[in-house]
Design a protein around this ligand. Structure first.
Ligand code: 3UK
Length: 515
């Protein structure tokens, strides 16, 4: 018998009702729900916006379980639509706004939405229409919502019904739809939200990671909405200057970012920027490991700790984390209450203490499946347990330390980059004969993609910058190799496979004892 965290929820449970409607029902309608550069919205206004949008979706013929894709910048419209889709009994699919048009089209073909709402500045809506799929430009979606009378109740969904998909890059670059249920977000709030963040009604949450990432969705979407607190939403590019300005203007109490961003903000401060971050009670880092020196530098400059925690799109949010006042820099702390963790070897047996093993996690917020990916689902979701693809070890103080990945995937600025996908793109360049992409640490100890390239004989010389631009034109810009090194040959196995680990070893990223 397994005790599920969400057993305390009623069987009929709609996440949108919990995170929005409930506050109005219980008399908290006047509390601020969303703050952004041109206004604020209280819970009563957000609830009405959600119910109007749900009405517009139902009028358009949305059926329970139909997917609705959302391609919009962070702001009240995106958050209202996200909840509205669930309020109407549908399944919300927020899309990465940094992707190229053909990357977006491929995701839409996979999740097969009945409807997509698209900001015309991010993609051409007409280009995405298919038989059986309507596409509403975001302006016309807003008009439909304003014209619709609000629905009078949130759909009576099962707590285990599909609620939203988040697309996450796979090993060859093709994105996989990670399917989450109505109870998953509630579980993240009851575990990490309450037990680690201590989320409370007077919090204001600002996330550098956008809402379409699992990380951002919790940070500035459902954590504050769990307790009637406020989301600070920012649509722009999260440069250090923009983040300092947002913090000074909107005075968040919780600030969420990725190590690369903390590194850039520290650099700006070390060059003389003097941001006022006095409103922030806690900073959080996730997406990739936070190097210990960055924790120390930030503490020295701001007087605030950065809580490093690991989460994943599949587990929905953070399941292993440091605790306020007890941070162990350079480690990911200890398991979040509500999650069980195991480290196993290749045969599935537990590893002895101090030795690295493959991390398996059990908890009640883990994804149900990968949409249309039966084999990947079976390889990752092992009954109650889920395979993270990370290697970890527990040190003598009982702290969990990240020890790399069991695949070749790179985390760059907290975002997945598939070396295979970047290599395939480079190979499409007429001058490239062979290439290999591996991670290389920068001065802060953060991984960036480096490409080793062999040019075709007789091909005109190409500059590194040309190859970098070639990748940026075809893939989301954060995927391009930060450094390109030209070689005459690449190390290969007898069967002709490129031995990436030898290149990693040359860069000092792999211990000499590797296979
Ligand atoms: C890596 C970390 C070391 C690790 C995420 C919700 O990053 C998130 O989700 P993704 O699916 O990636 C998951 C993978 O990223 N990783 C994340 N955090 C850390 N490695 N230290 C960390 N602190 O490989 C993991 O399997 O994109 C999703 C909430 C928070 C998140 N970070």
């Amino acid at each position: 018998m397994s005790l599920r965290a969400c057993d305390s929820l009623p069987e009929r449970f709609n996440a949108a009702e919990w995170f929005v409607g409930r506050h109005v029902r219980e008399g908290r309608g006047e509390r601020t729900a969303i703050v952004w550069d041109s206004g604020t919205l209280d819970y009563a206004a957000l609830d009405e916006a959600v119910r109007r949008r749900a009405a517009a979706l139902l009028e358009a013929g949305l059926h329970p379980g139909d997917r609705v894709a959302l391609l919009l910048p962070d702001g009240p419209e995106l958050l209202a639509l996200f909840w509205a889709v669930m309020a109407a009994g549908g399944v919300a699919v927020p899309l990465n706004t940094l992707l190229h048009a053909d990357e977006v089209a491929a995701i839409l073909d996979d999740c097969d939405p009945r409807l997509a709402v698209v900001d015309p500045e991010l993609a051409d809506p007409a280009h995405l229409v298919r038989p059986g799929r309507e596409v509403w430009p975001s302006g016309s979606s807003r008009q439909r919502a304003e014209a619709a009378g609000p629905v009078d109740h949130y759909a009576s969904t099962h707590r285990d019904a599909f609620a939203f998909f988040l697309y996450s890059s796979g090993t060859t670059g093709e994105p996989k739809g990670v399917v989450h249920l109505h109870h998953d977000t509630w579980v993240c709030c009851a575990t990490y939200g309450e037990r680690v963040l201590g989320i409370r009604p007077d919090d204001r949450c600002l996330s550098l990671a956008k809402l379409f990432f699992a990380y951002g969705l919790g940070n500035a979407g459902y954590f504050p909405a769990h307790v009637g607190a406020a989301s600070v939403l920012f649509a722009g590019r999260p440069t250090p200057a923009a983040m300092f300005e947002q913090i000074a203007r909107h005075r968040p109490t919780l600030f969420f970012a990725v190590p690369t961003a903390y590194a850039q903000m520290l650099e700006a401060m070390e060059r003389g920027a003097k941001p006022d971050v006095s409103s922030v009670r806690l900073c959080v880092s996730a997406g990739e490991a936070l190097p210990a020196p960055m924790f120390e530098r930030w503490l020295e400059r701001t007087g605030t700790e950065i809580l490093d925690g690991i989460g994943s799109t599949e587990i929905c949010h953070i399941f292993l984390s440091n605790r306020p006042g007890e941070c162990a820099p350079g480690t990911t702390g200890s398991p979040v209450p509500g999650y069980d963790l195991r480290l196993v070897d290749e045969t599935g047996e537990p590893v002895p203490p101090g030795r690295p093993g493959d991390l398996l996690v059990r908890g009640d917020s883990t994804a149900a499946l990968y949409w249309n990916r039966h084999e990947a689902t079976r390889a990752t979701m092992l009954g109650e347990w889920i395979r993270t693809g990370d290697k970890y070890l527990v040190d003598e103080d009982g702290h969990w330390r990240h020890a790399g990945r069991s695949d070749d995937m790179l985390k760059v600025g907290g975002i997945w980059v598939s070396p295979v996908e970047v290599e395939a793109t480079l190979l499409a360049h007429q001058a490239v004969l062979e290439c290999a992409v591996v991670g290389e640490e920068d001065v802060d100890g953060l991984v960036k993609p480096t490409a080793f390239v062999v040019l075709k004989q007789g091909a005109a010389d190409v500059a590194a910058a040309e190859l970098q631009a070639f990748v940026k034109e075809r893939l989301a810009p954060y995927k391009y190799p930060r450094r390109v090194e030209f070689r005459d040959t690449l190390p290969k196995t007898a069967t002709g496979k490129i031995r990436r680990f030898l290149l990693r070893r040359e860069l000092g990223e792999e211990p000499d004892a590797a296979p």
